[in-house]
Design a protein around this ligand. Structure first.
Ligand code: GDP
Length: 431
């Protein structure tokens, strides 16, 4: 990561497919070089899996920078923070010997995701004629309340009486909505929602102005990493609507979701898997047939970190990643899980789509076109050799280098990092 004299450096790390690109691993590698790691959107549905030596950590809300000693980790205003899950994660990290005290800050402006949001999420998904395939963690309903101006924020927890009254009112509202949906979920203050009251003081103790912290650090010449969850195709505006998450996952959302201006962002690193995966429903043009799907799912251990759901797998889709390059303003690429392709004799890359009205190299805005899209493939030879020990580009077989070069050409952004295994050290850094 370069540094601009006297101005610090602010880098965004953004997923460029349907999420699960391995952002957790990439952030973990980069976090060693920065002072702050901050998350800017999403909730507890985004499980990042990070392996440090032989220990595996699954982080849902706390940035993976927490696994590096002394880094400050922030959760921005763009998140919907689930206090129960958050403190469970916080306490688990502490119990596993990670020093968390004084290192985690939560934006006063972040909205709270409360137990009744989970009940609403499940009830709505159960009733939906067309399922979004949500994780049922309450993310959508929490963002609905935020945008509907009924949300409860971290700052609201500062006053115990007001907080209690807001929770009571929120739970009552949820009960009415649940009843209208024919659901009988209990969400009074005597249950899980009440536990949020017990966590009030701990939550308030972590309150901060995340934008201000980031700007202060940058003006002192320090480095900051802003970390997104999910991926570009799941962005509420730019993704495959309605099969999307409820926030802006793309790079511009990093500025809004932390509380800084877009002119503060210096670089945007797009994380892409060397193939494609997707969890949940919705169109997926390069999806494998059943045999290949099973093979790559097993090789890549493609099961959701939070839900255990099997991920759908497919070939690398340059159409979507090129689109991600544009909407995120990518300055570089991190290609992950290259090693998963080690045993394949040939590889395909989708360069464009064939639609009923002709060929296109553009990612279509409507889901129906995407459903109709037939990928046009280019085939490259596989390398059929292990790559996990590679630490320099020249350690990789020529066919693997060619594959990466072709991705660079098709996407129009330079590869700055290649991940060749799940462990921290299994990486090739080019920038
Ligand atoms: P994220 O949410 O984008 O961080 O992605 P996940 O954590 O859900 O999924 C990434 C998974 O791939 C995790 O289990 C990682 O340990 C693993 N992983 C990351 N990079 C690599 C890699 O280069 N090779 C292999 N084999 N696994 C990787």
């Amino acid at each position: 990561m370069r540094e601009r004299e006297g101005r610090g450096w602010c880098q965004v790390v953004v997923g460029c497919q349907w999420g699960d690109e391995g952002k957790g691993k990439v952030v973990d590698v980069l976090a060693g070089d920065v002072d702050i790691v901050a998350r800017y959107q999403g909730g507890a549905n985004a499980g990042h899996t990070v392996r440090v030596r032989e220990r595996e950590f699954i982080l849902h809300q706390i940035p993976s920078g927490i696994l590096h000693p002394a880094k400050r980790c922030l959760l921005g205003n763009g998140l919907v923070l689930d206090p129960l899950q958050f403190f469970e994660e916080y306490d688990t990290l502490r119990a596993r010997g990670i020093e968390v005290e004084g290192r985690v800050g939560v934006s006063w402006r972040a909205h709270l995701l409360l137990p009744y949001h989970r009940l609403l999420d499940r009830a709505a998904e159960d009733r939906a004629a067309e399922k979004i395939g949500t994780t049922g963690r309450g993310i959508g309903p929490a963002y609905e309340e935020k945008v509907g101006r009924r949300g409860i924020r971290v700052v609201d927890a500062a006053d115990p009486e007001r907080f209690s009254a807001l929770l009571e009112a929120g739970a009552a509202r949820a009960r009415r909505r649940l009843a209208a949906m024919g659901s009988t979920g209990a969400c009074g203050l005597d249950g899980e929602t009440g536990r949020c009251l017990e966590l009030r003081e701990r939550l308030v103790a972590l309150g901060t102005d995340t934008g201000r912290e980031v700007v202060d650090h940058l003006s002192r010449g320090r480095r900051v990493l802003l970390e997104g969850a999910q991926g570009t195709a799941l962005d509420i505006d730019h993704g495959t609507y309605p099969f999307v998450t409820s926030s802006n996952t793309t790079a511009a959302g990093a500025a809004t979701g932390i509380g800084i201006g877009p002119t503060r962002l210096d670089s945007v690193l797009g994380v892409v898997k060397a193939y494609t995966t997707r969890v949940g429903n919705g169109p997926f043009p390069t999806e494998f047939g059943p045999a290949m799907d099973e093979r790559v799912r097993t090789l890549g251990n493609e099961f959701g970190a939070t839900t255990g759901r099997p991920r759908r797998c497919g070939w690398f889709d340059a159409v979507i990643v090129r689109y991600a390059g544009r909407v995120n303003g990518l300055t570089g690429l991190a290609v992950t899980k290259l090693d998963v392709l080690d045993t394949l004799s040939e590889l395909r890359l989708a360069t464009r789509y064939r639609l009923p009205e002709g060929e296109t190299a553009e990612f279509p805005p409507d889901t129906l076109s995407l459903e109709a899209a037939e990928p046009v493939y280019e085939t490259l030879p596989g390398w059929e050799r292990p790559t996990s020990a590679a630490r320099r580009l020249s350690d990789l077989p020529a066919a693997a280098r060619r594959y990466l070069e072709r991705i660079e050409e098709l996407v129009g952004a330079p590869v700055e990092m290649v991940s060749v295994g799940s462990r921290r050290g299994e990486v090739i850094r080019l920038a």
